[in-house]
Design a protein around this ligand. Structure first.
Ligand SMILES: Cc1cc2nc3c(=O)[nH]c(=O)nc-3n(C[C@H](O)[C@H](O)[C@H](O)COP(=O)(O)O)c2cc1C
Length: 221
């Protein structure tokens, strides 16, 4: 096993406490402006912006630095059409057979099997998790904390898209095995979610949701 060379930590920035507080508050405020939308405009978004947001996602920490993720950014109308058709088929089955409790949880959001945004939004970023690693010579090796690592990277991606000025929708078709075959991904990868992104439609509406308050989500001891 070869170990990494170690360098001085030059990327760290310290801020005066007053500035730190202002930065933390404004970052929290910015993240709280993020809303999931299910209504997208078909206005194009340049590939460079999506590339930078994926770059941001790729900065996420990962178990043993294995970076067990891959992002497939789809803008090709034909591929989007095929993803929509397969997702709607999976969703129709889901809405017909899902447990009543799950359907009740989704009810207030007004979601249904129609996924027109999978075609109208300019970009679909499909997040894949590498369940295990495969080296150049075909040897396989175990990956650690895959779900946690890919979850954090997906959060970075959504935050980066929001920060860039784009709207997002986290879409999780159930089941979503079709994404691997449709996008020709290797067998060690498993689709985790589709991050739909673009400009919101001019008449986009969102459910009036209340987020938990700080005391509800945090305990200080
Ligand atoms: C893991 C995960 C899966 C989700 N799957 C779907 C989905 O398949 N379809 C959908 O319309 N919204 C989906 N959502 C979006 C949630 O419904 C949304 O984040 C939640 O209602 C809170 O709204 P907000 O994002 O505007 O704060 C998903 C969100 C997460 C984090």
């Amino acid at each position: 096993m070869t170990s990494f060379p170690f360098d001085p930590l030059t990327s760290y920035r310290e801020y005066p406490p007053v500035e730190m507080l202002a930065r933390s508050r404004s970052f929290a405020d910015e993240l709280h402006r993020r809303r999931t939308t299910r209504h997208f405009s078909d206005r194009p978004v340049s590939r460079e912006i999506i590339e930078q947001c994926i770059r941001a996602a790729g900065s996420a920490p990962s178990g043993a630095h294995q970076q067990p993720w891959h992002f497939v950014a789809v803008s090709d109308p034909d591929v989007k059409r095929r993803i929509r058709a397969a997702a709607e088929e999976a969703e129709r089955e889901f809405y017909d057979t899902a447990p009543a409790e799950w359907l009740a949880a989704l009810g207030p959001l007004g979601t249904d099997a129609n996924k027109s945004y999978l075609e109208s939004a300019p970009w679909l970023v499909v997040v894949f998790a590498e369940k295990y690693g495969v080296s150049a010579d075909g040897e396989t090796h175990k990956h650690y904390y895959v779900n946690e690592s890919v979850g954090i990277a997906s959060g970075f991606l959504i935050a980066a898209l929001h920060h860039a000025g784009l709207a997002t929708l986290t879409h999780t078709p159930n089941p979503m095995g079709f994404l691997g075959s449709l996008l020709q991904r290797p067998v060690n990868e498993k689709a985790i979610m589709v991050v739909v992104t673009g400009y919101p439609a001019p008449d986009a509406r969102v459910p009036r949701l209340v987020r938990k308050s700080l005391p509800e989500i945090a305990t200080f001891r």
